[in-house]
Design a protein around this ligand. Structure first.
Ligand code: BGP
Length: 464
């Protein structure tokens, strides 16, 4: 069977500024939470490798854009680093070196037939603002909106696809529940305030963008984790799965697409004294400023069952898992390297959910990919990594995307995570995701993997 995709389908990949650019202290860049955390607690980072060692895109972006052409990209998402563009956001003073870099990057992408999709926030809070409380602070929300406007003014004549956040639930989980992000707290109530402020910041940035009438589109990138109950006939399991879906998915999806928070989550937060501080004016802004399109990151589903194991009382208070247990389904397919489940149909279920319950919002797959440790093992005699597992992973997901399109989903593209192998938060370079290998011991030398050449054929044929 052949799988043909709609005309003008976006084929490409995604990355982020902090994970790729490098020059983390140079060219007048300000400090962000990752730079600070790395400098103060290097042991948190795999092999003590932090944002100091990236794939050097700041210097090598021209070479990288040629590699994007060779691997079939017609579009590419990255993020602007807030701390690079405005090193001290309390002053608003723009770093001209950053403007030059992002202008060159955008212009070069366009000159090579690659549409730049630009995200404004990929986990990289400027440290000066974290000291004011980060997303816990309304002042930071306003400074983010000012930063967003600056980006639209500087680059909005050429960038036509904007995103307000990447995976806004992750700073909540990472920073306020599980310790993978600074400020490394366990405080569900503060996390929910952060969640609300991120949603508010997104709506305000969308309002600002639409007011500028720049002839483009703006959305948000969400990591959606379709959630399956252990037993679909069991009411308690269904309720557990609904809670998980509410907390991790609908708490951002609903305000982004429908303009309001899910009522079951509001009721839950109220019952547990976790409601954030809101104002009617701000809730009206969220109601009136929904996204034009959605980016969907899909890696793995969640599986839930009714609470069986009571959690001992923690000093730090409640966590989401006080309301459900993870269901470890026997026989599920795993990526052994990243420890994530591989469930290809989840991408289809997510797209059909958007079609049926979210007005068939236009969307694209903004991340999907397979992190693999020790890929050097698969290098052939010509020096190329033969990553057939990645080709199979992408193929199987694309088949389900194709089926969703046939059934009416308005999914308009597929971006893999990622093009160049990149640095990844606490995991550093442990798991490699790219179409292109980066040799850190050899001046970040790039070599296209087998999957990169394969992706070019997919793009050329608009399918496979
Ligand atoms: C997503 C993030 C990316 C990237 C990717 C892979 O959640 O948006 O920034 O890191 O996951 O995850 P990891 O590198 O942790 O394996």
């Amino acid at each position: 069977m052949s799988y043909q995709f709609p005309k003008n389908f976006w084929w490409g990949s995604a990355a982020s500024g902090p994970q790729t650019e490098g020059v983390f202290e140079g060219d007048h860049k300000g400090e962000n939470i990752w730079d600070y955390w790395y400098k103060t607690q290097p042991d948190k980072f795999f092999n003590q490798v932090g944002p100091n060692l990236t794939s050097q895109v700041y210097q090598k972006y021209q070479e990288d854009i040629q590699l994007m052409v060779e691997t079939g990209h017609n579009s590419f998402r990255t993020s602007i680093q807030w701390s690079r563009l405005i090193p001290d956001p309390t002053t608003g003073v723009i770093n001209e070196a950053a403007v030059k870099f992002y202008n060159q990057l955008i212009d070069d992408l366009l000159a090579n037939g690659i549409d730049p999709f630009i995200n404004l926030y990929h986990f990289d809070m400027p440290m000066i603002l974290q000291e004011k409380g980060g997303w816990e602070s309304l002042e930071v929300v306003e400074l983010y909106v000012a930063y967003a406007k600056t980006c639209f003014e500087l680059f909005g004549d050429r960038v036509k696809k904007w995103f307000t956040h990447n995976e806004p639930i992750v700073p909540v989980e990472g920073g306020y529940l599980y310790g993978w992000h600074y400020p490394d707290k366990v405080d569900l109530k503060a996390g929910i305030q952060v969640l609300y402020h991120e949603a508010l910041a997104s709506a305000k940035a969308i309002a600002a963008y639409h007011a500028m009438d720049l002839d483009g589109e703006i959305g948000i990138v969400l990591n959606l984790t379709p959630t399956y109950p252990r037993d679909e006939q069991n009411e308690a399991d269904l309720a557990a799965a609904q809670f998980v879906d509410g907390f991790f998915n609908r708490s951002f999806l609903d305000p982004a697409v429908k303009g309001h928070f899910p009522q079951d989550m509001i009721d839950w937060a109220k019952a547990n004294e976790l409601l954030p501080q809101t104002t009617p004016e701000d809730l009206a802004i969220i109601a009136e400023n929904i996204v034009d399109l959605l980016g969907v990151n899909y890696y793995q589903p969640r599986r839930a069952k009714a609470k069986e194991t009571p959690v001992e009382k923690r000093e730090a208070g409640l966590l989401p898992e006080d309301f459900y247990d993870v269901y470890d389904m026997p026989g599920k397919k795993m990526n052994p390297y990243r420890g994530w489940e591989i469930y290809e149909k989840g991408i289809y279920d997510t797209l059909i959910n958007l079609k049926e319950n979210y007005g068939n919002i236009r969307c694209y797959i903004s991340e999907n990919g397979m992190g693999v440790e020790g890929e050097e093992r698969f290098v052939n005699s010509n020096g190329m990594i033969e990553d057939d597992y990645r080709i199979e992973f992408v193929t199987e997901h694309l088949k389900w995307v194709h089926r969703a399109i046939q059934e009416g989903s308005q999914v308009q593209g597929y971006h893999m995570w990622t093009c160049m192998d990149n640095w990844s938060w606490l995991n550093a370079y442990k798991n490699r995701y790219g179409f292109v290998a980066v040799d850190l011991d050899n001046d970040a030398k790039r070599t296209i993997k087998k999957s990169g050449y394969w992706f070019k054929t997919v793009r050329d044929n608009n399918g496979f």
